[in-house]
Design a protein around this ligand. Structure first.
Ligand SMILES: NC(=O)C1=CN([C@@H]2O[C@H](COP(=O)(O)OP(=O)(O)OC[C@H]3O[C@@H](n4cnc5c(N)ncnc54)[C@H](O)[C@@H]3O)[C@@H](O)[C@H]2O)C=CC1
Ligand SMILES: O=C(O)CCC(=O)C(=O)O
Length: 527
């Protein structure tokens, strides 16, 4: 019988499901070393946010087939390490949406009406009615950062309470924001105009300390901020200082850069203008049953050899023919990611054309893979083969699939065009041999390059000296070029340059490149 380790408190409904197919050991509060010591005995690991599933634990888990996160964020799992080891990571993308949105709402209201301090005061025997004059949220402006599942639910509730809504989400269409009654704006404007700001974004390298001292300084002195998303999105020291110095009116925080919150955290000494809860966003009876059942069912299915419905790292829904399609899925994902970065974040249209032999195949998985790539900048590991189409639909992205079997430049190729904030861009790619992926055109200029982690694309006039100038610009920023190729249709006309780089492009370099005479556009891409 397979063995499942449950290392965080999980609702009994989940344990009951797992027990149908496995021996279940509930062992919470283990240290990382203890987990490394015992994990080799287990086929599955089920966690909440308390367990950090590190590379060392994954490497020691020689029998592990699946890690189930009973919740949304998988930032406490080293997903790349699990993927490399062939371990499926699953989550529950929607099981606690309502709970988290309601917690943010509760935080906003309790902060506005001083509920925690008033409660403590009455329990201490006092009756201080004049000390606790609050403010109403009615007709106030709520700025929602991240208009995904939780942000959208909160928008509906806040609208019903008579609040005006602003939203910042570079990956959501204006139409979707309009539907939710939100005015889509840039972060700076949201920070300036909102009376309440609430964060509902994932923690990624881009969102780490997104709300720093400078961003906090844009807030009105009467404004308040709520973080029920992830610790580390707000710079905690800067937040504590902003409240202590009266630069902002208050904050309500559920999640912390280090959990449990350290004894000497500056947030603990802010005083009465801050409400702190110990990562309770998902802690409702309903949400805990939802996520436990959702994830336990997926663990049970995978242990029975069936696909998982919310795998964050590998496709879970395709039949056996997946082996044949695999290189094309990889191609589609890469091209989707590439075209989303060329077109700018807010893509509202994607055309996927299946060419050659691919046009005669099952197309849907390839389109889904392209969408997964397209949305990966916004949703990271939360977008998977199962939810990519729904996520795209919710973001108002129009998806069109076309086929042209007569295009035979390669056995099978894929042409993607997307329209976003930076205009319409196209990319084509093919699979060479068994599995070698190539980008074969960019904006209809022919090239033949392998995708790499860091790339630079330019649109320029084909004229003497331009390649050298770009080379020296990159050199002056200490960026090493691994390969370079120019694609053009006519001599001395327009051309694209594709550079594969060994290093990420530092900030500011694009502005310098755009100053080079003849360069029309330049894009950095990270694949
Ligand atoms: N406190 C708690 O107990 C809980 C916390 N969470 C956290 O809440 C967060 C949101 O969850 P969901 O709404 O389910 O996720 P979601 O994936 O549905 O929505 C996230 C949204 O953030 C947007 N986004 C991504 N990067 C962005 C950026 N740099 N700037 C602005 N927007 C950006 C995406 O376009 C997306 O619309 C996650 O971090 C999740 O882990 C979720 C449940 C419970
Ligand atoms: O497991 C929990 O209680 C935390 C939930 C959470 O943060 C999430 O689902 O992302």
């Amino acid at each position: 019988m397979p063995k499942v380790l449950v290392s965080d408190p999980i609702d009994q409904a989940g344990i009951d499901i797992l027990s149908q197919v496995a021996q279940v050991d509930v062992n919470t509060g283990l240290s990382a070393e203890q987990l490394v010591g015992i994990i080799a005995d287990y086929d599955a690991l089920m966690i909440r946010s308390g367990t950090q599933v590190t590379k060392e634990i994954i490497e020691a888990g020689n029998s592990l087939k699946i890690i189930g996160r009973a919740g949304v964020g998988v930032d406490n799992v080293d997903v790349p390490a699990a993927t490399r080891k062939g371990i499926v990571v699953v989550n529950s993308p929607e099981g606690n949406t309502i709970a988290a949105a309601e917690h943010a709402l509760a935080m906003m209201l309790s902060m506005s009406r001083h509920i925690p301090e008033a409660n403590a005061s009455v329990k201490a025997g006092k009756w201080e009615r004049n000390r606790f004059i609050g403010v109403e949220v009615y007709k106030k402006t709520l700025g929602i950062v991240g208009l995904g599942k939780i942000g959208s639910h909160l928008a509906a509730a806040a609208k019903a309470m008579g609040m005006k809504l602003l939203a910042y989400d570079p990956f959501i269409s204006t139409e979707r924001a309009d539907q939710l009654g939100c005015r889509l704006v840039e972060l700076e404007l949201l920070m300036r105009e909102s009376d309440y700001i609430t964060l509902h974004i994932p923690k990624t390298p881009e969102t780490l300390h997104l709300i720093n001292a400078e961003v906090l300084s844009k807030m009105k002195p009467t404004a308040r901020i709520i973080n029920c998303a992830r610790g580390g999105i707000i710079d905690e020291a800067a937040l504590a200082e902003a409240i202590k110095e009266g630069k902002i009116a208050g904050a309500a925080i559920d999640v912390y850069e280090h959990e449990p919150l350290e004894a000497d955290s500056p947030l603990r000494t802010v005083g009465q203008n801050i409400v702190l809860t110990p990562h309770l966003g998902a802690s409702t009876a309903e949400a805990q049953v939802n996520v436990a059942i959702d994830v336990a069912e997926q663990i049970r299915d995978v242990l029975l050899g069936l696909p998982a419905r919310s795998a964050v790292n590998i496709p879970g829904i395709f039949p056996d023919s997946i082996e044949k399609l695999k290189p094309y899925l990889q191609l589609a994902e890469t091209l989707g990611n590439l075209v989303s970065q060329l077109a700018g974040g807010r893509v509202d249209y994607l055309n996927v054309q299946l060419q050659g032999e691919l046009a005669t195949n099952q197309g849907q998985p390839v389109v889904v893979a392209a969408l997964k790539g397209l949305l990966s900048q916004a949703l990271r590991e939360r977008v998977n083969y199962v939810n990519a189409s729904i996520e795209a639909k919710e973001r108002g992205i129009r998806v069109v699939e076309t086929r042209d079997a007569s295009i035979r430049d390669y056995t099978g190729s894929l042409h993607l065009s997307a329209k976003g904030t930076l205009g319409e861009h196209t990319v084509t790619g093919a699979v060479l041999g068994e599995s070698e992926i190539r980008i074969t055109s960019v904006d209809d200029f022919p090239v033949n390059v392998s995708p790499t982690h860091h790339m630079l694309f330019t649109l320029h006039r084909d004229m003497p000296g331009i390649i050298g100038k770009i080379g020296s610009q990159l050199g002056s920023f200490n960026v090493n070029i691994a390969s370079m190729q120019v694609g053009r249709k006519i001599v001395r006309g327009d051309a694209v340059m594709v550079l594969s780089l060994d290093d990420p492009l530092p900030e500011g370099i694009l502005a310098e490149i755009l100053k080079v005479p003849g360069i029309r556009d330049a894009y950095t891409v990270n694949l």
